[in-house]
Design a protein. Structure first.
Length: 296
């Protein structure tokens, strides 16, 4: 086996281990509305305006530098099954409930949701999706789709947050208090995780058998403590897709897409703001969901 093949196999095993451990014209949402500063569109209180700037959080992967983030909107909650079904017409989730986060959705399905919801709300779709040919930048050997997805940079439609935006928002942006997890230093205060997401509180080391016997599952969004920006579940509940390809010293770009925030299934360290996860773009899992963003 070649060195490249060996690396691909090794990374796939690591990803699998991380998963184990680590008829409507519009979408109706309740609450007050605020004015989008571009185009006069109205955003419900389901979206939070994040003031841009450089990172204040000292535990961030981007702290200590000059990396700057522009203003943007991000979902206060993870996309729920009610929201998903209103747009997509079906529900793929393992754990069912209107206010539970949608789970078992791939990166491609999340992209399609963003475009369809944009059209339903009279917004310009953010993504161009070409399913007729394979993406030359996609180097995955386990992705059967490999759609070419490009962006309309100035569009006002829904999209996935970039990894940079996600971490900035999770860390509290300009209001950051430097927490280890999004919203606090105690994981059980801010997240649904493998210890507290089942019938009883689990202690000791991570164990799949214990999790399965404990009937761990997703929980209704927004039921744990919010972070400094009023965002819920950015640590725990479901892992969240980001736009970017995952890349580091061991993994070349084009293999996996970024997932952030950890979930109810993975170990507690995956809930940390700085933890970077990866998953095949076509992959689905009962701990895999997302939240939406929009340009400001």
């Amino acid at each position: 086996m070649s060195k490249k093949k060996t690396l691909v196999c090794a990374v796939f095993v690591l990803v699998a281990a991380a998963v184990a451990v680590g008829g409507c014209s519009s979408v109706q949402v309740s609450g007050a509305e605020q004015t989008d500063r571009t185009g006069g569109k109205l955003l419900s209180d389901q979206m939070v305006l994040v003031e841009g700037g450089t990172f204040k959080h000292k535990r961030s992967n981007y702290s200590g530098g000059e990396v700057a983030v522009q203003d943007f909107y991000i979902g206060k909650y993870e996309v729920t099954q009610k929201e998903w079904t209103a747009v997509m017409g079906s529900n793929p989730s393992k754990f069912r409930g209107d206010n539970l986060p949608v789970d078992s959705v791939s990166w491609y399905e999340a992209i399609e949701y963003c475009n369809r919801r944009s059209l339903m709300e009279g917004l310009e779709p953010y993504y161009n999706i070409d399913k007729s040919q394979a993406d030359p930048d996609n180097k995955s050997e386990i992705d059967p789709l490999k759609w070419i997805v490009t962006i309309n940079e100035g569009a006002n439609g829904y999209r996935l947050p970039t990894e940079l935006e996600w971490e900035y928002a999770a860390s509290g942006g300009q209001k950051s208090k430097g927490y280890k997890y999004s919203g606090g230093n105690k994981p059980d205060d801010v997240s649904w995780n493998w210890r507290n997401a089942g019938n009883r509180y689990l202690k000791g080391g991570w164990s799949w058998q214990s999790i399965e016997n404990n009937e761990n599952r997703t929980r209704p969004v927004g039921t744990k403590k919010a972070n400094e920006l009023g965002l819920y579940d950015m640590s725990g509940n479901v892992r969240e897709w980001c736009w970017d390809w995952y890349e580091d010293q061991m993994v070349e770009s084009g293999m996996f897409r970024v997932v952030r925030g950890g979930g109810w299934l993975g170990d507690v360290h995956t809930l940390e703001i700085k933890f970077r996860g990866m998953f095949d773009a076509s992959g689905v899992g009962p701990d895999q969901g997302f939240r939406v963003a929009r340009n400001a």
